[in-house]
Write a protein that binds this ligand. Structure first.
Ligand SMILES: Cc1cc2nc3c(=O)[nH]c(=O)nc-3n(C[C@H](O)[C@H](O)[C@H](O)COP(=O)(O)O)c2cc1C
Ligand code: SF4
Ligand code: FES
Length: 572
C-alpha cells in the first residue's frame, strides 16, 4: 500500500514533498522514518523537485558498447550553456532495451537507438512542456514455436486440470521434464512446487518474477509481449497444484506495454472464468494481480522482491528459510521466472517427449535469448537449448556489426563473466556453460567486437554491481567499491609491478570474501567479470597496468578521460 500512496503523491507533485510525507505518516500511523527509509531506497521515487528535463543515459554493458559514455558527454556539452536548472543529465542502470542501445530515459519515458541530436531534441521539448514523442513501439505479435495453442485452444491445460485435479500428475511430468528455473539459478521447478504443496496451512502464494533488470536481459519482455497467456496459465497451474489461492506478477516499472498486455489478458481470464472463485465451475480459487516494481536490480533477487511486495526496502533476507517455506508474509511461496512459468503449459500440453526433442545434444526444450552489444541484428531469439553460441551470434543475430571480428561474449550479462571468441562453440546449456566457467543465467548474450577493451568491460560490470548493491552487508557494500577503485586505477595505467602484484592479491582476497560471505547472489557474483577478464585477457590487463597501453585505444584517450567520471560514477 505504501507504494500506491507514494506514487499518488509523486504523480501529483512530481516528487515527494516533506509535508506530504509527514501527512502520510499521520494518516497511515506509520513512523515518518519508515516512510522515508522506503522512499529513499527506490530509484523511482524522487525526494526533491525534478528538473523540467530529467535525462538519464543507460550506462550498462550493451549501451556502453554502443556509445553511451560519449552520448552522455555530448549531451552535457550541448546543454552546458543553456541553464542547469532546467535539465539534469545522469546515468541510469539498464532500462531493459539492450537490443535497441543506446537507451535513454527522459522524464520517465524510454527512448531507444538515440543519438545526441535526437535526445537533445526530446529533452528540449520536455523543457518547453511539450508532449514528448511516442517512444519506440514494440513489434506486433509474433507467433512462437513454444506456443502450443491456436487462438481457440488457449488455457487447454488449465481446462483439463480443473476437471481432473491430477496435481500429482503435473508434478510427475515437470519432474520427468527436468524443467529448471530460467531466472538465473536453474533450480528444479518440480522440487520448488512440491515443497510448497507439502507445506501445512491454507495461505500460500505464487509469485512471478518479471523484474528483469540485469544488463542484457530482455527475453522476459519478449515473452510477456508475445506469450502472456502462457505466463498466466503457468501461474494458475502452480496455484492449483500447490493450493495457493493468490498470485502476484511482479513487473519492472519500465515495462508499461507489457503491464498493459498482461492486464488485458488477466481481464479476459476473469471474464472466461479461468481466474477467481470456482475456476471453470470447479471448487478451485485463484486470484492473480500485477504489482509494479518501484525499481532497482536488487528487487529481482527473490527474497528482496518479497520484501518489496511487503512494502519494505528491497533488502535480501538471510536464507534459510527459503521462500518455499517462509516467503511472502512468511507464508509458503513459489517464485518463478516468467520463462519458467511459460514453459509449464508447453510441457503439459505437448508432453515430456516433445519437450525432450526440442533441444540439441541432449539438452531439453526451447529457450529465449537476448543478443545485444555489437551484434549486427540484436534482438530476442527462440532457439533450441544446447545450440552452440556461435550459431546464435552468427546466424540468428547476424554476426558482428560492420563485418568486424568477435572478440568476446558474455553468455548472460555481467553475472556470467566474459568468454573469448575461441569459446564460441560452447553450447547454450546449464552444464556446458558451467564447465566453461560461465553460466546459462538468464540468456542475456552480450557480444563484444575486436575494438572492445576488456578491462573497461570488467570495470563496467563491477560498477553496475557497485551501483545496485543494496548496502545491507559489508562484503558487498565495501567490496564492490574497492573493486571499482582498483579497476579504475588499472585503467589509468603505469603502476609499479610490485603494486600490481599487491592489487592482484587483494582482488583475489576480495573475490573470495565476497563470494563466500555476501548475503545474496549479487555480492556473490561480483567476482565473475573481473576473474574472467584476468583469466582470458590477462595480457590486455598487463598492458594497461604495466605499460600504460590500452591495446584497444580506449582507456587512455582524451575522450575516455572525459568519460571517466561516468565510467566510475555513482548513480545520483
Ligand atoms: C541480484 C539478483 C537479481 C535477480 N533478478 C532476477 C530477475 O530479474 N528475474 C528472475 O526471474 N530472477 C532473478 N534473480 C533470481 C531470483 O532470485 C530467483 O532465483 C528466480 O526468480 C527463481 O525463479 P526460477 O527458479 O524460475 O529461475 C535474481 C537474483 C539476484 C541475486
Ligand atoms: S550481497 Fe549486496 S545486494 Fe546482496 S544483501 Fe549484501 S549488500 Fe545487498
Ligand atoms: S538498456 Fe542499456 S544495457 Fe540494457
Amino acid at each position: 500500500m505504501i507504494f500506491d500512496d507514494l506514487r499518488a503523491i509523486q504523480l501529483r507533485y512530481g516528487f515527494l514533498p516533506k509535508a506530504e510525507l509527514e501527512a502520510l505518516s499521520q494518516r497511515s500511523h506509520t513512523p515518518l522514518y519508515q516512510i522515508h527509509s522506503v522512499a529513499s531506497f527506490y530509484p523511482h521515487f524522487q525526494l526533491a523537485p525534478p528538473p523540467k528535463a530529467d535525462v538519464r543515459v543507460c550506462a550498462d554493458m550493451s549501451c556502453h558498447l554502443n556509445g553511451a559514455c560519449e552520448l552522455r558527454a555530448e549531451l552535457e556539452q550541448r546543454f552546458a550553456k543553456s541553464g542547469g536548472a532546467d535539465v539534469t543529465i545522469r546515468d541510469v542502470s539498464c532500462l531493459g532495451r539492450c537490443d535497441q542501445a543506446p537507451a535513454v530515459s527522459i522524464n520517465d519515458e524510454i527512448f531507444t537507438n538515440v543519438t545526441a541530436a535526437s535526445a537533445e531534441a526530446i529533452a528540449r521539448s520536455a523543457i518547453l512542456g511539450e508532449t514528448l514523442p511516442e517512444p519506440h513501439p514494440e513489434q506486433g505479435r509474433v507467433r512462437c514455436a513454444s506456443d502450443p495453442y491456436d487462438d481457440e485452444g488457449k488455457y487447454g491445460v488449465v481446462r483439463k486440470l480443473a476437471a481432473s485435479k491430477d496435481w500429482d500428475g503435473v508434478l510427475a511430468e515437470l519432474k520427468a521434464s527436468e524443467l529448471r528455473g530460467m531466472g538465473g539459478a536453474g533450480f528444479p521447478t518440480s522440487m520448488k512446487w512440491d515443497l510448497v504443496r507439502k507445506q501445512p496451512g491454507a495461505e500460500k502464494f505464487i509469485v512471478c518474477n518479471a523484474d528483469e533488470s540485469e544488463p542484457g536481459t530482455i527475453k522476459d519482455r519478449f515473452i510477456m509481449t508475445h506469450l502472456p497467456h502462457l505466463v498466466i496459465e503457468g501461474m494458475i497451474v502452480a496455484g492449483l497444484v500447490t493450493g495457493a489461492k493468490k498470485g502476484i506478477l511482479y513487473i519492472r516499472h519500465e515495462y508499461h506495454l507489457q503491464e498493459e498486455i498482461l492486464g488485458e489478458e488477466l481481464r479476459r481470464c476473469y471474464h472466461a472464468g479461468l481466474l477467481g472463485r470456482n475456476i471453470l465451475g470447479s471448487d478451485s480459487i485463484f486470484d492473480l494481480e500485477i504489482f509494479v516494481s518501484p525499481g532497482g536490480y536488487i528487487c529481482g533477487e527473490e527474497s528482496a522482491l518479497l520484501e518489496a511486495l511487503e512494502g519494505k526496502r528491497a533488502e535480501p533476507r538471510n536464507k534459510p528459510p527459503f521462500p518455499g517455506q517462509a516467503g511472502l508474509w512468511q507464508k509458503p511461496t513459489v517464485i518463478n521466472n516468467v520463462e519458467t512459468f511459460a514453459n509449464v503449459p508447453q510441457i503439459l500440453a505437448r508432453g515430456v517427449e516433445w519437450y525432450k526433442t526440442q533441444g540439441q545434444g541432449g539438452s531439453r526444450g526451447l529457450k529465449f535469448v537476448g543478443v545485444s552489444g555489437h551484434a549486427a541484428k540484436p534482438g530476442i531469439f527462440e532457439v533450441p537449448m544446447g545450440i552452440p553460441m556461435r550459431e546464435i551470434i552468427f546466424q540468428h543475430a547476424g554476426g558482428i556489426r560492420g563485418g568486424r571480428q568477435l572478440k568476446a561474449f558474455a553468455p548472460s550479462g555481467p553475472s556470467s563473466g566474459y568468454l573469448p571468441a575461441s569459446m564460441a562453440d560452447v553450447r547454450l546449456d546449464f552444464k556446458a556453460l558451467a564447465d566453461a566457467g560461465s553460466m546459462l543465467g538468464s540468456g542475456a548474450i552480450v557480444v563484444c567486437d575486436d575494438t572492445t577493451c576488456m578491462l573497461d568491460m570488467a570495470l563496467n560490470a563491477v560498477r553496475f554491481y557497485r551501483n545496485e548493491s543494496c548496502g545491507k552487508c559489508v562484503p558487498c557494500r565495501a567490496g564492490t567499491q574497492k573493486m571499482t577503485d582498483l579497476l579504475v586505477r588499472w585503467t589509468h595505467g603505469g603502476l609499479p609491478e610490485k603494486q600490481y602484484r599487491e592489487d592482484l592479491a587483494l582482488i583475489d582476497e576480495l573475490c573470495q570474501a565476497m563470494s563466500l560471505t555476501s548475503i545474496c547472489g549479487l555480492g556473490q557474483i561480483v567476482p565473475a567479470p573481473v576473474q574472467s577478464v584476468l583469466k582470458h585477457f590477462r595480457e590486455e590487463v598487463d598492458a594497461h597496468v604495466l605499460k600504460g597501453k590500452c591495446p584497444s585505444g580506449i582507456c587512455f584517450t582524451a575522450g575516455a578521460r572525459a568519460g571517466e567520471a561516468q565510467r566510475a560514477g555513482i548513480r545520483p
